[in-house]
Design a protein around this ligand. Structure first.
Ligand SMILES: [Zn+2]
Length: 271
């Protein structure tokens, strides 16, 4: 599943090139998670102003309205001047005078949704509940600790929920909690301010590192159809059940939390 760093690198791969483009046509393939909500022909003639990201959504601002794109479980966007015929898993094309933006999504959990503005009820429904951006200045200790104190769920669940801080997915949550020395099962409200600070710093470090690794693959990424895997971040706990902790040698444990696998070191990560 593409996570925040993958979505941001996708954005960086085409945002500058598509800015200012005029839409020639739009094409829908098989149904995605949500309908586009507009006749695709209506988009012809409109201009792309910019591409922003909010959480795992890409916001393609048009001179009238915007498109909200989500990559779902298996989606990948490509942008280029090669206008190859759409394949069976290509479910959205935005053809412009600068190139073709194409969503390739075999599992079709992704979506492209039109909204007249960010104030549109649909856009508010999708974006309204999102927490602060973890790499922004807005992700600061006091608000983060205050938010944690109001949540009784295990800290890992609170991170995944995304309404306090957005875009910290399963892998990055496990890795950040290890780096912060925090057991994933600890109730969020029980974290002291110093531990919240260690976690905040760890979240930023893990995501920034993934972004850096992903950014280095950017040249290949512009036509990276199907490249929806994770950047090769060195995993310290994720997917390492039974293997020795890289810090202390204790076997890494795997548990289930809300249908998701969690990995942690029982010695390094304190309850
Ligand atoms: Zn350890």
């Amino acid at each position: 599943m593409p996570e925040l760093p993958e979505v941001e690198v996708t954005r960086l791969s085409f945002a500058e090139r598509i800015a200012g483009a005029r839409i020639l046509s739009a094409r829908l393939g098989k149904p995605l998670r949500w309908p586009l909500g507009i006749d695709p022909q209506v988009l012809a003639g409109r201009c792309v102003k910019a591409v922003r990201r909010r959480g795992k959504y890409l916001l393609v601002d048009l001179d009238e309205g915007l498109l909200l794109l989500h990559l779902g479980m298996s989606g990948a966007l490509s942008f280029g001047s090669h206008r190859t015929p759409a394949g069976v898993h290509d479910h959205f094309d935005l053809d412009t005078d600068r190139g073709l933006l194409r969503l390739h999504d075999p599992r079709r959990f992704g979506a492209v949704v039109y909204a007249s503005s960010e104030a549109d009820p649909l856009a508010r429904k999708l974006l309204g509940g999102l927490g602060v951006e973890p790499l922004s200045d807005g992700f600061e200790l006091n608000a983060f600790h205050q938010g944690l104190r109001q949540r009784r769920a295990p800290i890992k669940q609170v991170l995944l929920a995304g309404d306090l801080v957005v875009g910290v997915g399963n892998i990055y949550a496990s890795e950040a909690l290890f780096r912060a020395g925090i057991r994933p099962t600890v109730a969020a409200c029980r974290l002291s301010k110093p531990r919240a600070e260690r976690l905040r710093v760890a979240i930023r470090d893990v995501l920034a590192r993934a972004l850096q690794v992903g950014g280095s693959t950017l040249r290949d990424f512009s036509n990276a159809q199907g490249q929806s895997g994770y950047f090769q971040l060195e995993m310290l706990v994720y997917d390492r059940a039974g293997q020795p902790c890289r810090q202390c040698g204790t076997p890494i444990r795997q548990i289930r939390q809300g249908q998701r696998s969690t990995f942690y070191c029982p010695a390094c990560q304190k309850p």
